[in-house]
Design a protein around this ligand. Structure first.
Ligand code: SAM
Length: 224
C-alpha cells in the first residue's frame, strides 16, 4: 500500500532525533537485554571482512563492527539518520533507499561477506530488495535478517501477514509520528528468502532473560 510506504519513509525523517536518542541512550529494553549482542554475535560468527548494513539508522551497528576491524558500508533512506551516523563515523554511510539500491545493486560494491538488516525490513514488497541483496553477496556470503518475533504479534492479533502500527511507546521521548510496518509470519519470511534465491541456514530466537519470552527472530540465509 503506497500510503503506508510513504508514511513509513517519512516517519524515519520525522523521528530521526528521537530514535537516535533512544538507541544511543539504550532506552529500548529488548536491545539492551539481548538483541544488540545477538546480532553482533551472529555477524562475527561468520568472520566477515566486508559488511553491508542495510537500513543502518544512526549507525550503532556499523560503529561496533568497525571497532572490531571490519569494513562496513551503511545505507539508509533517512538522510536525517545518515547525517547522524556520519557525524560519529565508523563506516562509509550513504543516503539510499531500497528501491534505489534495487535499481543498481552494485553501486556500493559487491561480494559482501555479510549483509545485515537489523530491524530494517519494514515494507510489504521486499522481493526486489532481497533479490538485489542476493546478487551482491559473495558466493559464501550470509544475509542476516533480524526482526520482531512473531510471538508478540500473535499474542494480541491474528497470525497473518499485514500492516501494523508502531507508536514507540516505552522507547523514549520526542517521537513525532507513528510508523506503519508490515508484519510477516515465519513461513512468509522463509518464502520471501526462497523467492530471492536464498536458503535459510539458521534461525535464532533471542530470549528475554527474565520472562523467558522470545524477543526477536534472527534469520541467516545463503545463496542457493
Ligand atoms: C528500526 S530502524 C533500525 C535502524 C538500525 N538498523 C538499528 O539497528 O538501529 C529501521 C531503519 O530502516 C530504514 N528503512 C526502512 N525502510 C527503508 C527503505 N525502504 N529504504 C531505506 N531505508 C529504510 C529506516 O530509515 C530506519 O533507519
Amino acid at each position: 500500500m503506497k500510503h503506508n510506504e510513504d508514511r513509513l519513509d517519512q516517519s524515519w525523517v520525522a523521528n530521526a532525533e528521537a530514535w537516535t536518542q533512544s538507541v544511543r541512550e539504550q532506552q529500548i529494553e529488548s536491545r539492551k537485554l539481548a538483541t544488540d549482542q545477538a546480532v553482533v554475535n551472529e555477524i562475527t560468527s561468520y568472520h566477515p571482512k566486508r559488511v553491508l548494513d542495510v537500513g543502518c539508522g544512526e549507525g550503532w551497528l556499523a560503529r561496533v563492527l568497525s571497532q572490531q576491524g571490519l569494513e562496513v558500508v551503511g545505507i539508509d533512506g533517512s538522510n536525517e539518520l545518515i547525517k547522524r551516523a556520519e557525524a560519529l563515523g565508523g563506516g562509509s554511510f550513504h543516503h539510499l533507499n531500497y528501491t534505489e539500491l534495487g535499481d543498481n545493486p552494485t553501486q556500493l560494491g559487491d561480494a559482501f561477506d555479510v549483509i545485515v538488516c537489523n530491524f530494517s525490513i519494514l515494507s510489504e514488497d521486499i522481493t526486489l530488495l532481497l533479490q538485489s541483496l542476493s546478487t551482491i553477496l559473495s558466493s559464501e556470503g550470509v544475509l542476516i535478517i533480524h526482526t520482531l518475533h512473531p510471538f508478540f504479534v500473535a499474542n494480541s492479533d491474528r497470525y497473518e501477514d499485514g500492516w501494523k502500527t508502531e507508536s514507540f511507546n516505552g522507547m523514549g521521548e520526542g517521537y513525532k509520528t507513528e510508523m506503519p510496518w508490515y508484519f510477516r509470519t515465519i513461513g512468509s519470511w522463509i518464502q520471501e528468502l526462497n523467492d530471492a534465491g536464498l536458503q535459510l541456514k539458521s534461525c535464532k530466537e533471542p530470549i528475554h532473560p527474565v520472562t523467558g519470552k522470545p524477543l526477536s527472530l534472527l534469520l541467516s540465509a545463503r545463496k542457493v
